[in-house]
Design a protein around this ligand. Structure first.
Ligand code: SAM
Length: 225
């Protein structure tokens, strides 16, 4: 798999996830383990398949998927994240395997698409909440259509009390009630939904900032047919 050059026209700008937010995330990212949601999803597969990682960040989960033999499409709005992901992939499985099994796509998630019934797994770790509210229904619909029967979605959505919402330009993010999350997962068999609400921080000293987290951690299997 190779980069798709036509996708590179997008500027590195996400209204819901500006570069300042990305920097604070990256300061902590090195200390973060591979996402539990992805590890849980992988535990439900006996063979490797085709995955998309939407908002891949520095590519820890992409590297893990490649180590498990998957073909992976890594999508991110920031070109730098795709460079770091590419490096993480080469470190994990070598240049030849990376070239054969990783495709990096520089795009907004709102502009991402995939053929219907083409994916065995979508991982979207702390990225879907930064899709503009008006774009979210289309993104969710595209993702659901791209997932094969029995495939898995693993990732996070935000609840209404997440403090990033009030700090972001109106409409630049999306968030959901528990009931809305259940509705979104109508076409899925839920493996786990954990709702987490807590006070925490983003960034590291001296640039640490208080942050109220309201997150749904989701692993769900797409229904048959
Ligand atoms: C908080 S980081 C999470 C990275 C990684 N998935 C993880 O679980 O640690 C969010 C990532 O999603 C990307 N992202 C956020 N909103 C996006 C959007 N609307 N389109 C494309 N990428 C986006 C950011 O650039 C960033 O790399």
């Amino acid at each position: 798999m190779h980069d798709r050059p036509e996708q590179h026209a997008y500027v590195d700008c996400v209204p819901g996830f500006p570069s300042e937010r990305l920097e604070r995330y990256l300061h902590r990212a090195l200390t973060l383990p591979i996402r539990d949601t992805l590890l849980s999803a992988l535990g439900h597969f006996s063979t490797a398949g085709v995955a998309s990682d939407l908002g891949c960040g520095p590519g820890k989960e992409v590297a893990e998927l490649l180590r498990h033999g998957w073909r992976v499409e890594a999508v991110d709005a920031y070109a730098h994240m795709l460079e770091v992901t590419q490096a993480a992939a080469i470190e994990a499985v070598g240049a030849q395997e990376t070239s054969a099994r990783l495709c990096c796509v520089h795009a907004l998630i709102a502009n991402w698409s995939a053929p219907p019934n083409s994916l065995d797994l979508v991982h979207a770790g702390f990225s879907l909440p930064f899709v503009a509210a008006a774009d979210f229904p289309k993104v969710w619909g595209t993702m659901c259509a791209a997932l094969k029967p029995d495939s898995i979605f693993a990732g996070q959505l935000f609840g209404l009390k997440d403090s990033f919402l009030a700090e972001s330009p109106a409409g630049s993010m999306n968030a959901h009630t528990h009931d809305e999350v259940v509705q979104l997962l109508r076409g899925f068999q839920v493996i786990s939904i954990t709702e987490e609400e807590r006070d925490g921080v983003v960034g590291i000293p001296p640039n640490e900032r208080a942050k109220h987290w309201h997150v749904f951690h989701i692993v769900a299997r797409r229904n048959q047919g």
